[in-house]
Write a protein that binds this ligand. Structure first.
Ligand code: 5GP
Length: 131
């Protein structure tokens, strides 16, 4: 069965899309830990990040780097943090999160954002990414 993220890539489930290339896709996390919480995924459905082939592993990280630079322009922060967990969704994803203090990367904490705010934020980040 296709993962929820494969369904997002296929357009079967809506998302707030941030970026897309031939092999990678980025969208806002539906339950953001901080404002600007983005997920970067390979379109290929692989569960565990260290099972990706070398080429896609590198491509995904270079994609995440581009997205992170755009994200930092839109969400002022000290650094954009990166985390890989993958306990809930068995489809590789890199979490990108704007960080302003150590506790910001805390999966036990969430910020409330309206659909309108998420939509506007996704399009701002998308426009800020330099390819
Ligand atoms: P992990 O697998 O790394 O523990 O976390 C999965 C992440 O995916 C969570 O942060 C969760 O909020 C996010 N997530 C789960 N389902 C969806 C969804 O349908 N849409 C979006 N945009 N994010 C999701």
């Amino acid at each position: 069965m296709a993962s929820i993220f494969s369904k997002i890539v296929a357009g079967e489930i809506p998302c707030y899309k941030v970026a897309e290339t031939e092999h990678c896709f980025a969208f806002l996390d539906i339950n953001p830990v901080v404002k600007g919480h983005v997920l970067c995924i390979p379109k290929q459905e692989v569960d565990y990040i260290f099972d990706l082939d070398d080429e896609l592993f590198c491509e995904l990280h270079l994609f995440a780097k581009k997205v992170a630079k755009g994200l930092k322009k839109v969400c002022p922060c000290i650094k954009v943090g990166e985390a890989v967990v993958g306990i809930d969704v068995p489809h590789v994803h890199i979490h990108l999160m704007p960080l302003n203090k150590p506790g910001d990367l805390n999966f036990g904490h969430h910020v409330a954002m309206t659909p309108e705010e998420l939509k506007a934020l996704a399009s701002e980040i998308s426009a800020a990414i330099e390819w």
